[in-house]
Design a protein around this ligand. Sequence first.
Ligand code: ADP
Ligand code: ADP
Ligand code: ZN
Length: 215
Amino acid sequence: MDIILLGPPGAGKGTQAQRLVEAHGMRQLSTGDMLRAAVKAGTAVGLQAKAVMDRGELVCDAIVSALIGEELDAMAAGQGAIFDGYPRTAAQAESLDAILSARGRSLNHVIELGVDEDALVERICGRFTCANCGKGYHDKFEQPKVAGTCDKCGSHEFKRRPDDNEDTVRTRMAEYRAKTAPILPIYDARGIVSRVDGMADIDAVTAAIEQVIKG
Ligand code: ADP
Ligand code: ADP
Ligand code: ZN
């Protein structure tokens, strides 16, 4: 099963993708995570992407689609993919179709997380992750069970993204509205879009997504 989680920055895509990985052994394909890894490793892609990401603009389609193709090739044939933060433009949506069909795969669901924009700044400005395993947290909405210790791996080190600040978030939201939201009709026409209330609490969103996947 291959699914897209679609929604603006802070909608909960990464949080829900991590839960699907744990529950179903699917693989999370986050172009944001791939790009941050490239920046950290100082690769050519990373060098090109860094300034664009710091501004909150979109990295070029060819780069992210190439990253997605490479990740899919590294997956076991039967393993389901969760596309998190990809596609973000009509050109990427078109590339994804080609990338999937070349590998004998196809999309089962596009799950749109509907959120209230006013809530997103608070979500993003309170976001942090475990520096060791990547588990996501929030200062107010999802704190570690034991303060300062990762629930999943026990690490005491956490990090925050440099682009998770109010200015950049506004640009990222504008990019979402202008370039990403318009791809929904492509999937609507195929009858594969399900809308989930992303304003509900994290467990309730997970339950709604599970309903969609069960069919
Ligand atoms: P969020 O989930 O908070 O929206 P991401 O981690 O998905 O953020 O993306 C962080 C940044 O990485 C984006 O603002 C953009 O610069 C870049 N990026 C990630 N995915 C894509 C993509 N599919 N196309 C273009 N740029 C991307
Ligand atoms: P995205 O990947 O869509 O950018 P995240 O999954 O990283 O979003 O969520 C952004 C922040 O909001 C994280 O700190 C996360 O813990 C928190 N969060 C995610 N879903 C919810 C929710 N339903 N209610 C409250 N906070 C949430
Ligand atoms: Zn951890």
